[in-house]
Design a protein around this ligand. Sequence first.
Ligand code: FAD
Length: 178
Amino acid sequence: MVNFVGVTEHNAWKSESWTERGEKAQLSADFASWHPTVRSIVEAIDEPFRWALFARAPLENWSVGRVTLLGDACHPMLPYLSQGAVMAIEDGYVLARCLQARGADLPAALRLYETLRLARTTKVQAGARAAGARFHLADPLVRLATFGRLSLGSRLAPARAMAANDWLMGYDATAQVA
Ligand SMILES: Cc1cc2nc3c(=O)[nH]c(=O)nc-3n(C[C@H](O)[C@H](O)[C@H](O)COP(=O)(O)OP(=O)(O)OC[C@H]3O[C@@H](n4cnc5c(N)ncnc54)[C@H](O)[C@@H]3O)c2cc1C
């Protein structure tokens, strides 16, 4: 079984639904100029679904008294860094450690959790939004300049190019609560 998710840009989106059916003809048209492998996946789909992607501004806080949030409920993000589930898992780990360390004072434990996680998830939300803008650059010249530089950089200095993601991939959730 293959799960195919494709993104196309539109200026207006009116429907509020997670279960809206799409048109197969529209899907084929949207990906008509893509590589044959992608087209063959698209053609094999019996029934596509469609939904919108919305960027949300970070919340200022997640907790009220003895109640808090984690995951998409408090920091939904665009998919362009593939980090939504990762952030929810990190939240869960850090929250558990905060409860373990400060559970006797629940509001204090939740405040600590929020303090430890808010800056990180806010940065990742912003990073995902920036990656979306980069992935969908309209101007071919700007695309060439952007991806040409990235491609050259990763060939000339691969370690340095990889290190650009250290802020994201190098985070250690297990080291956040002493
Ligand atoms: C197509 C796609 C690809 C993705 N790829 C990646 C990826 O590669 N890497 C990555 O890290 N993230 C990815 N994500 C994002 C990731 O799936 C989400 O960020 C993650 O699932 C958020 O977890 P969550 O527990 O916060 O929320 P959810 O997984 O949405 O869980 C919330 C749960 O609450 C339930 N619920 C809602 N309302 C109620 C109610 N009133 N009563 C009871 N239950 C309720 C829902 O049914 C759901 O099961 C992807 C998302 C999509 C859509």
